[in-house]
Design a protein around this ligand. Structure first.
Ligand code: UN1
Length: 530
């Protein structure tokens, strides 16, 4: 029993340096030092965790700093060995972990499992990369010189991750940071500490040297203690635009420090007159409602050509009326609950805003019918460790699809502000692909988007002109592959805290030039004669 504390310097601790005993020996202090993880389908607590404070972050950073020298001295291959252990554990525990993801963040089970799959894909990518370390051999203009760019770790990397991909995103950040030779201090999202706990256990089981990986549970104050500390060389952040910009401005303004942040979107799908409507409807449904619309890449705007608008609308609305909202562990569930009560209120405000701004509401399942709420006797178990069924789904954070149509106007708030829920606008356009892309680009965000069309010229135009980091053709705008750069432009991005591009954020580049002759010969025709 490792308790539910922080993992710092190879030890489990309750914080403030106190060693933890077994959970059964403890009485939980009622002094704000603990918090509960909650099952969003029932509102019931799953487990209690220690709440990290600045002192815990301090201890974690100290551990990370003192482990740095030895860790960076290992070869890429040796560092990757620890990640391969975790890779196998993620695969072996796929079902179990997928279920925990579903219980703790409310995603339906196939998505809970996909979260774990994405995590091992990322570990595979990063650890596999160790056999192919990224650098460049650069030809020197002088025959007797060798030149190349060599990477070095930046030092200590602080990772702050969101609840909606509680297993995958931590590995986006940490797998690459570790393989590149950095040590890590990680704060999981406060909504998903259980997933955080398990990942920390995996690092411990893999035998990662003490202090190389550290995990502090907690809230924004613990996150701020990480980003504010001068011992942190790089901050990797995935989460809300609000927090991401704060981090980007603060950390980016400090010389020598770096932040790579990936934030939300107001993602759009363009459906042209030349679209295959089967693909259009399915891509739009997946993009709008999977994960209950709570992906940073979820679509909230469907921009549809007037000649196919009515047919698309009818088919989209029919499915949205019908898709099953329910117990994340039940087999036929398409979407689970929202993450927490506050978030339900946020979604309500966005739905209200659309109405106030003149929307015609086509589907309003914000408040589910009584009969739609699971009764606890179907589907899987919804409580934590003991596997017992819960009958209290009535307290789950249920929301269903909200679909509206609205006449496009540039400054409508409902078309510009991210809801992060199952809330989507249908916008009719006339004219050409240029007109559609103009509407598509008219938001402050720029993360993901898609075009549905059978005309390759339109696809290419979208590829080149859509102001987004992730662009899809004839596909949903969710479900990125791990080896691609993941990040956005405009308000969505401030660096790419994932995979390939994250290498830039977690390494220093040294341009190394070596003379192989006994003479000094220089570029630009400079003479070394004194
Ligand atoms: C997120 O939306 O917060 O592309 C991350 C996807 C996933 C990751 C999404 N691979 O949908």
């Amino acid at each position: 029993e490792r308790g539910h504390g922080h993992y710092i310097g190879g030890e489990w601790t309750d914080g403030n340096g106190a060693e933890r005993g077994p959970a059964s020996d403890r009485t939980e202090p009622d002094d704000g030092r603990t918090f509960e993880s909650e099952n969003p389908a029932t509102g019931e607590p799953l487990a209690t965790f220690q709440r990290g404070m600045a002192a815990d972050v301090d201890a974690a950073l100290e551990a990370a700093e003192s482990a740095a020298e030895e860790w960076r001295s290992l070869s890429y291959i040796d560092r990757a060995e620890y990640l391969w252990e975790i890779y196998h554990e993620l695969r072996d525990r796929h079902e179990e972990l997928g279920e925990i993801v579903s219980k703790e963040c409310g995603k339906e089970l196939s998505e809970g499992k996909a979260d774990v799959t994405e995590a091992w894909h990322m570990v595979e990518w990063a650890a596999g990369n160790a056999r192919h370390p990224h650098g460049d051999v650069v030809p020197s203009e002088i025959g007797s010189k060798d030149a190349y760019m060599r990477r070095k770790p930046r030092g200590v990397v602080g990772c702050i991750t969101p609840w909606n991909f509680p297993v995958a995103i931590p590995f986006w950040h940490m797998a690459i940071a570790l393989v590149e030779g950095n040590t890590v201090v990680w704060k999981p999202a406060e909504q998903t500490p259980w997933c955080g706990q398990i990942i920390a256990e995996m690092f411990e089981d893999a035998g990662i040297p003490d202090g190389v990986f550290n995990m502090v549970q907690g809230f924004g104050d613990a996150g701020a203690a990480i980003t504010d500390d001068e011992r942190v060389d790089t901050v990797l952040f995935t989460g809300s635009a609000e927090v991401g910009h704060e981090i980007g401005n603060k950390v980016g303004g400090e010389p020598g420090k770096l932040a790579a942040c990936e934030m939300g979107g107001k993602n759009g799908i363009v459906i042209t007159e030349e679209a295959d409507l089967d693909i259009a409807v399915h891509a739009a449904i997946m993009s709008s409602f999977k994960t209950t619309g709570q992906r940073c890449v979820s679509s909230e705007r469907l921009i549809v050509h007037e000649n196919v608008y009515d047919e698309f609308k009818e088919r989209f609305v029919d499915i949205a009326e019908d898709i099953s909202v329910g117990d994340p562990l039940a087999e036929d569930t398409f979407m689970g609950p929202a993450i927490e009560a506050d978030h339900v209120e946020k979604i309500r405000r966005h739905n209200d805003l659309a109405r106030e701004e003149g929307a015609t509401v086509l589907v309003d399942r914000f408040e589910l019918e009584e009969s739609e709420i699971p009764d606890g006797h179907e589907g899987g178990a919804a409580t934590a460790a003991d596997g017992e069924r819960s009958a209290s789904y009535a307290n789950g954070h249920w929301v269903g699809p909200f679909v509206y149509e609205i006449e496009y106007e540039s400054d409508l708030r409902c078309l510009n502000e991210e809801c992060f829920g199952p809330h989507v606008a249908l916008i009719e356009y006339s004219g050409d692909i240029e007109d559609a892309v103009e509407i598509h680009n008219d938001t402050p965000y720029g993360l993901a988007g898609a075009i549905i069309s059978e005309d390759y010229r339109q696809l290419n135009y979208f590829r080149d002109r859509a102001e987004i980091g992730l662009a899809y053709a004839n596909l949903p705008c969710i479900g990125a592959e791990v080896q691609l750069p993941f990040g956005g432009v405009k308000k969505s991005g401030n660096g790419y805290p994932s995979a390939r591009e994250a290498i830039e954020a977690v390494t220093e580049r040294t341009a190394w030039t070596m003379n192989n002759s006994r003479e000094i010969e220089m570029a630009q025709g400079l003479s070394a004669a004194i």
